[in-house]
Design a binder for this molecule. Structure first.
Ligand code: ADP
Ligand code: ZN
Ligand code: ZN
Length: 708
């Protein structure tokens, strides 16, 4: 205990230890500092050390290869205390952290400390001791018979392969094909191999963890006790996070369920990692170290000898390519059939050119929704834009509701009469008249979920359900779910059948098991077809197929109702290849086409990318920094340079946010290793360049960026 230890003697008495601490980002210090200790500290030991005027948490680290004595004349400060009772973090964990820092170009200490629960830092030694002493739930000694479902042939085949092959595996299975059941089965197998074996199961969204947790708890609490299953995600309080983290670290938890941050959980017995919905963009962290939890899962699995299963109905093109026979890095397992659910919904493409001008909802779609609601079925209407309208406009003088701080419009929110910027959060009351010319007649242009909800309610106002009540339209998006528990409550209403038509953003398209939804409609999905981001079609296809998967999940219900489920898409481009593939639910055809295009254009996964972003007071300053850094790289003829192509600096699509100008520079290379070599060598030049540009607010590197 630090408080019972003798007062720390001056440095000379003990030995030197290297400690990973979170020094402010981009400081010249890489994150390992040298401290003096009275006793040798094994790498991985959690310590408290002085840093400037503060005392901070640190992790004793392996001596770096180039460890040298301190600069002459400097004496190391002494380690202030050791977190006794917490076992040192394993070498495998330290390697994961070191790899992440190196690969994503961040300081080691920053990554290490961000991977630990914040409360570790705040607890006094006495509090920590109490927490560790807290008795774990007694182990279940009488093993109850495991509650298992008889696997289908497809599931059994997938499980058999996973059992007998090394992986990593890409489990490509339709929505409702029983992927979760495969995860449960494989977790059970993995845990049975050794009493200390652990499994990590990741999902993209916090709001999907409760459902998953319930399913895992039901299966594994009878076998291993309630304490064996824990969650780990950013929606938890700090004490909850610490509790889960300690349970995983001590081995008391056998199964950790979590979002992307869980990839860094300390799991000494890790035997299996599952990444569900592996294509989901939320596995990529968007600040600090911009890591991909999916990619790190694969790396960690290989390092720590754990099997890895990536699962999806619409795999990322990266994973799909990696699992192709030509590449063969992943093993592809296919489960095409839906269990207990009928056919996937039939696609109905509505050509908007054939509809009345300005119609938000095509009349045939309104008729179809009406029919479903009158039969007591539920419908889901998707639009990926919240608010009432994306902009207000004055037809007299051309004024638009621009955000004063961003190069973006302020979105009109009708319910609270505000104009809100979705980039910087700036909000204002809606003006009574045009601020430029006084015209009282300013009009919303375009549409958001709020408007859809209002219009649908009006269109369906005379529609009566079989229970003889008026049709109910409800909306779920980021605006309606801000309050804690609001989402759960709204979802419960849908499940209870109190809602007939659910309007919302992509939030409602993922994962939810709505039993009575038989019609899904995407109102305005075309935007993504012509986006400048080459991943937009991939995301659109995944979203629409996911959304389609919400319809007709209960085959018996569908059969009883007598009308097959449908997916409606309103489009101006009914002949587009994306929709043609969607019509046949043909992900492989879609993927093959996209991959051919990407290969042709030399884009990922056939090339590797990184972005350098700069934020500054002016666009010129931001771009000057990037250009300066590029010039410095050529002048220094950095290693890897011959294989790396640097594009010229350009403004971001939304160029100014909260008064800050943003620019980026894309780097591309056919070789991941060359790009990595180049980035590592470039890092010091970027730091040096920064000092030359006074107007620069910050810069960052994004390796394998998700959005260009
Ligand atoms: P996915 O994760 O692929 O969407 P799930 O694992 O959630 O699919 O399975 C879909 C539905 O089928 C669930 O209600 C699940 O309980 C059920 N199910 C899965 N496997 C089986 C099985 N082998 N036998 C019976 N029902 C199953
Ligand atoms: Zn005006
Ligand atoms: Zn703004």
């Amino acid at each position: 205990m630090p408080d019972s230890a003798p007062p720390a003697p001056p440095a000379a008495a003990g030995c030197l230890v290297h400690v990973a601490v979170n020094t402010p980002a981009h400081s010249a210090v890489g994150g390992l500092l040298t401290y003096a200790s009275t006793q040798p500290l094994p790498p991985g030991t959690l310590v408290r050390v002085p840093l400037g005027t503060r005392e901070v948490l640190g992790v004793a680290w392996d001596a770096p290869a180039d460890a040298t004595a301190l600069p002459p004349g400097t004496a190391p400060r002494a380690v202030a205390g050791v977190l006794d009772g917490v076992q040192p973090l394993q070498a495998a964990w330290r390697r994961l952290v070191a790899f992440t820092a190196r690969y994503y170009q961040r300081a080691l200490g920053e990554v290490a400390l961000a991977a630990l629960p914040p409360q570790l830092r705040d607890l006094t030694p006495a509090q920590m001791a109490r927490r560790l002493r807290r008795p774990a739930a007694p182990p279940v000694d009488a093993q109850e018979p495991a509650k298992t479902i008889a696997l289908t042939a497809e599931q059994a085949s997938a499980c058999g392969q996973i059992d007998s092959q090394p992986g990593p595996f890409l489990l490509y299975g339709s929505t409702g094909s029983g992927k979760t059941e495969v995860y449960l089965h494989c977790v059970q197998q993995a845990l049975a191999t050794a009493p200390e074996a652990q499994a990590l199961v990741m999902v993209p969204e916090i709001n999907l963890t409760p459902q998953l947790e319930a399913r895992f708890r039901e299966r594994f609490a009878p076998l291993y006790g309630e304490a064996a299953v824990v969650s780990l995600h950013s929606g938890m309080t700090n004490p909850q996070r610490l509790k889960s983290w300690l349970a995983a670290h001590t081995g008391a938890a056998r199964i950790v369920l979590g979002t992307r941050m869980a990839v860094f959980a300390s799991l000494p017995g890790l035997a299996l990692i599952v990444v569900d919905e592996e294509h989901d963009a939320s596995y990529k962290q968007q600040e600090g170290a911009r890591y991909s939890a999916r990619d790190l899962a694969v790396w960690r699995g290989r390092e720590q000898g754990a099997k890895v299963i990536l699962g999806s109905a619409t795999p990322s093109l990266e994973s799909w390519h990696a699992s192709s026979p030509e590449v063969g890095r992943y093993q592809r397992l296919h489960m095409p059939s839906r269990i207990g659910a009928g056919e996937l919904p039939r696609l109905r493409l509505v050509d908007m050119a054939q509809q009345p001008r300005g119609a938000v909802f095509a009349p045939p779609l309104v008729a179809a929704i009406t029919e479903r609601v009158e039969r007591g079925e539920q419908c889901l209407v998707l639009l990926n834009r919240r608010g009432f309208a994306p902009v207000l406009h004055c037809h007299d003088c051309g004024w638009k509701s621009d955000c004063p701080h961003c190069s973006a419009h302020q979105v009109f929110h009708k319910s609270d009469r505000t104009l809100r910027c979705h980039h910087c959060g700036f909000a204002q009351r809606v003006p009574r008249a045009c601020p430029a010319c006084g015209n009282p007649d300013i009009a919303p242009v375009g549409r958001g979920t709020e408007q859809l909800e209002e219009q649908l309610a009006a269109l369906l106002r005379n529609v009566i359900t079989p229970e003889r009540r008026a049709a109910r339209v409800a909306r779920i998006d980021a605006d309606t779910t801000r309050a804690k528990g609001a989402l759960e409550e709204q979802l419960a209403q849908v499940h209870a059948g109190e809602v007939d038509v659910l309007v919302g953003t992509q939030m409602i398209a993922k994962g939810h098991d709505f039993r009575r939804i038989t019609l899904v409609a995407a109102v305005q999905p075309d935007g993504a077809l012509f986006s400048s981001d080459f991943r937009a079609p991939e995301r659109l296809f995944a979203l629409l197929l996911q959304a389609a998967g919400r319809a007709g999940r209960d085959a018996r219900y569908v059969a009883a109702q007598g009308q097959p489920p449908e997916m409606w898409v309103q489009t101006w481009h009914p002949d587009h290849a994306v929709y043609a593939a969607l019509r046949r639910h043909d992900y492989p055809a879609f993927a093959a086409r996209q991959l051919a295009e990407r290969q042709e254009a030399g884009m990922p996964p056939f090339a590797h990318q990184a972005l350098v972003r700069a934020d500054a007071r002016t666009q010129e300053a931001a771009q000057a920094f990037l250009q300066g850094a590029a010039d410095a790289a050529s002048a220094a003829a950095l290693p890897g340079m011959d294989d790396v192509f640097l594009f010229p600096p350009v403004p971001l699509a939304v160029q100014r946010v909260a008064g800050v100008e943003r620019a980026q520079m894309l780097l591309e290379s056919p070789s991941r290793a060359a790009l990595q070599r180049f980035l590592a060598a470039w890092q010091p030049l970027l730091h040096a360049e920064r000092a030359r540009h006074k107007g620069l607010a910050r810069w960052l590197v994004d390796v394998d960026p998700q959005a260009i």
